[in-house]
Ligand binder design. Sequence first.
Ligand code: ADP
Ligand code: ZN
Length: 708
Amino acid sequence: MLDQAQRILKDVFGYDAFRGNQGAIIEQVAGGGDALVLMPTGGGKSLCYQVPALLRDGLAVVVSPLIALMDDQVATLDELGVAAVALNSTLSADEQREIAERIRRNEIKLLYLAPERLVQPRMLAFLQRLQIALFAIDEAHCVSQWGHDFRPEYLQLGQLAELFPGVPRIALTATADMRTREEIVQRLHLEHAERFLSSFDRPNIFYRIVPKEQPRKQLLGFLAERRGDAGIVYCMSRKKVDDLAAFLTEQGFPALPYHAGLPNELRAYHQKRFLNEEGLIMVATIAFGMGIDKPNVRFVAHLDLPKSLEAYYQETGRAGRDGLPADAWMAYGLQDVIFLKQMLNNSEGDERHKRIEQHKLDAMLALCEETRCRRQVLLAYFDEDLPQPCGHCDNCVDDVQTWDATEPARQALSAIYRSGQRYGVGHLVDILLGRDNDKVLGLGHQHLSVFGVGKSLAEGDWRSLFRQLVARGLVDVDLEGFGGLRLSDSCRPLLRGEVSLALRRDLKPQQAAKGQKSAASQLVRIEERDTWEALRALRRRLAEEHGVPPYVIFPDATLLEMLRSQPASLADMARVSGVGARKLERYGAAFLEVLQGTSEPARSPIDLRHELVTLARAGMTPAQIARQLDCSEKNVYALLAEAIGQQQLSLEQALDLPEDLLGEIQEAFLDGEGELPPVAEIAPQFATRVPEAVLYCVRAALQAEFEL
Ligand code: ADP
Ligand code: ZN
């Protein structure tokens, strides 16, 4: 049977080998047994039921909680030439009847359903008259009442065991914890299911956590290395989401907001754009997440601290589902800690519940202040042992230092105590540094014995120290809202000199920025850029034609392999991972042409402009773009100016001008009142220095900026 499974894997899906447990799981289910599958996001869960569905006779029924997920899966299967449909409320009665007919005629292999629909008596009766190959229950953790994805309808899926004896059932989830696992087994009656546990490590994700100083600037620094990549930026509040999305767009990083306060249609529209377009950034509250199956999310950035490691793991896990390099980046500071502690304090719920939440937050804070390998710590929290440091997180590659902070910590505690345990970090640092500003003098704090004792450390060091004292629970924050610090009981041994304290030495921002080179930017080498963009352009065009997201045509990994292995014939093409029989037939020739550089597709002006914008955003110069698009440089400049004028591109994306020269040109345009002068008027003074075409672009940018 495994032989046959292998053949399906290659013929239909185009893959050469099963990953991890896939082979064993498929054998179990195809052989008629039940399975419980725990696999991280991106691990390849879908194949675990799709291959058995093709191996067994009859209809495979897949339960999935979200319409968006189902549509995506059906589109993907459709592209592979597998007959799959989703029955959902968006279909008309006629369409539904037709699907039922096709199912009766055995024309459908996989049927995707929402749980509430599956358990309708009519639906169950309909299915009982058919031969059922298997039931797959995706996102099976939705059955858990303790998780935040709880779906009451999932509880009713337990009855499948009785109603369909002998039909194998496979439950799948990316949620790791023990309690959820046991709940799934119990509620779905999977007592006899074989359990398949995978490692929850996501080796392709690079983790980095930096101290928060100027978050927007830091974020821009992080994004600068990632132009043209799709990513998610998480923030706590709706307002922050809106503001940040606008700010990023202004800065030339196209970004969309997503939060529960937006009208439903707008949210759905933004989600759709995120899936279908390349290189968009989604700025979101945690309302955005489940149902995001976009495989080529290249980074997840947190500007606010998640409240637990579970949340952090899940949110960062949305990066790099396709297995290609991806980044998880977070900026974290004292304000985050104070804010989350206040939230916790003000939350409803009993003491026990609060204590649990407090422990979760503490674990999250510990990860932030960690000096050992982040991945080891993260996995250990989920009871998984990674024997060696991973070599693929900031702590591993930056060689983080600790320093003996015993003495300064005692000075800091003393400053808190002597000033009456009511002031925030700013004031405490002023005291330690001996700053006699109005507040200090007004309170007479220049007379405290700790006044000025801390001059050997810089302000930033003190702030970092206070943050770590709070994160470690040595100092409490006044939770009424003023951020005043108090000593906690656990700091006594330190005060009494019984223990010492080693703290993390924060990297200077420049140092940290150096380490921000994108994992993904190393994917495509400069000299491969042109071909890469051409492959992507073709994929985008095909995706638009077929009305599916680009990754459904081919995932990035497949395009990348084409780029590397340079197939020269359809036979070569068939060997590329991800190229199955159907896709070879449909798309093989077109991609071959691009690779052989013979492609001269007819392009509409709109296509041309679209491509040009993409290439410019990807960092190509006008000359490179001209070569790539096979048109004159003059033409490219004209189109660039147009795109800038319509704010599809920023000037920085379009041109690489020295800053002072740019300043001079801008001044020349802005010299005077009202309308900008025409290019011809200022052209002579720059004649020897820049092509006239550049002036058009600068003018367009000014016009767009000032709406002149
Ligand atoms: P999950 O549902 O576990 O998050 P998916 O089923 O969406 O993961 O798979 C993630 C990606 O890995 C998809 O692009 C899928 O096509 C790919 N994939 C799955 N199994 C294999 C395999 N055996 N070889 C190569 N790619 C695979
Ligand atoms: Zn590591």
